[in-house]
Design a protein around this ligand. Structure first.
Ligand code: SF4
Length: 144
């Protein structure tokens, strides 16, 4: 049995930007018997619903920037991630919602300041922290 950190929206929590979920019955079936620890940095920091954000490359690194008012939203997401992994040092596996700027593992889009697409194979901010800690990470779509 593994201890798995997983994007809460995949479990059916209505924590997406539009207060919907990404529930995946196939994924839940596959994860039966494991201990699942849900997380959602964006809901914790900004609530649901909330404005969308994109990952933008800056001189100071990759940032989560609001599509509403261009505010840099990275700090609360990064702080949530650090706190989450410090609180759960026993995590074996990280499963993040693919393409999310917070949770995507190898599938998040990264733009430059003019919103030109630089890559669609990036890690979101929370997934970056998991990788930094040496946790095995999967995009949900690759794990099913
Ligand atoms: S992808 Fe991550 S940040 Fe977005 S709703 Fe799901 S858990 Fe929250």
């Amino acid at each position: 049995m593994k201890t798995i950190a997983i994007s809460a929206c995949l479990l059916g929590e209505k924590c997406r930007y539009d207060a919907s979920d990404n529930k995946s019955e196939d994924l839940l079936e596959k994860l039966k018997g494991h201990t699942l620890i849900p997380f959602c940095p964006e809901d914790f920091a900004f609530g649901s619903p909330r404005p969308t954000m994109d990952l933008i490359r800056t001189k100071e690194g990759d940032k989560a920037i609001s599509n509403e008012d261009a505010e840099d939203l990275s700090s609360p997401i990064n702080q949530y991630a650090i706190h989450f992994f410090n609180e759960h040092p026993d995590i074996d596996l990280f499963i993040g919602k693919d393409r999310s700027p917070s949770c995507g593992v190898c599938s998040a889009k990264l733009y430059d300041a003019e919103k030109n697409l630089l890559s669609n194979k990036e890690a979101g901010l929370m997934a970056k922290e998991a990788k930094k800690r040496g946790i095995e990470c999967f995009d949900a779509e690759d794990y099913v």
